[in-house]
Design a protein around this ligand. Structure first.
Ligand SMILES: [Zn+2]
Length: 203
């Protein structure tokens, strides 16, 4: 239907999560209407983001170097791991200065091309970290929405049978809110009020 280069662009865009054929087409046509410099910039940004960032070998966060600065920080308590869904949540918790420990980033939805399931890999890595023996507490700080609750259950499942204190943020956090939108004060309170998450408790 379209010239081959445009068809190719549409097919490439369709691979993005949440992008169907129609939006891929709209995006591609937008590219054609954009100034050439802007498109060149986009191409470079795509390449650089892929080439120059990596996931931290410890926590799985997106970083320029691995281990990331947080994991390398000797002031951090390696006995506490705070499990979050993505880099935005790390940033939010960091800017509020709440977590004395380190993180574990699940990063759902960033499926690598090899087809491996990223959350399973992240969960396996978390289990290995806990099995390492230094971890006393795993604080689950996923969002109180459907996705976050699902992630929390998967984390609990992954850590089954290990001797580690599992806690969750207090429910001061309004249901359905993404962590990244919360005020630092509210987050700090939710962290202070965190409580053990027992196996028989409802999610
Ligand atoms: Zn790290």
């Amino acid at each position: 239907m379209f010239p081959e280069p445009l068809e190719r662009l549409i097919r490439a865009l369709e691979r993005f999560p949440g992008v169907g054929p129609r939006s891929a087409e709209r995006m591609a046509l937008h590219v054609l209407r954009s100034p050439r410099e802007e498109v060149a910039e986009l191409a470079v940004a795509l390449r650089d983001a892929r080439l120059h960032t990596r996931r931290c070998q410890e926590c799985g966060n997106i970083t320029l170097q691995s281990p990331c600065p947080i994991c390398e920080d000797p002031e951090r308590d390696p006995g506490m791991i705070c499990v979050v869904e993505g880099p935005r949540e790390v940033e939010k918790l960091e800017s509020a200065g709440i977590i004395p420990g380190v993180y574990h980033v699940l990063l759902e939805g960033l499926a690598p091309r090899e087809g491996a399931e990223p959350e399973n890999r992240a969960l396996r890595a978390l289990r290995e970290r806990v099995e390492g023996g230094k971890v006393r507490e795993v604080v689950i700080a996923t969002a109180p929405d459907r996705e976050g609750e699902g992630a929390a259950l998967l984390v609990r499942e992954a850590l089954q049978g290990l001797t580690v204190q599992l806690t969750r943020l207090a429910r001061g956090v309004p249901v359905g809110t993404r962590l990244e939108y919360l005020h630092g004060e509210i987050l700090a309170e939710a962290f202070r009020g965190r409580r053990p998450w027992l196996p028989d408790e409802e999610a």
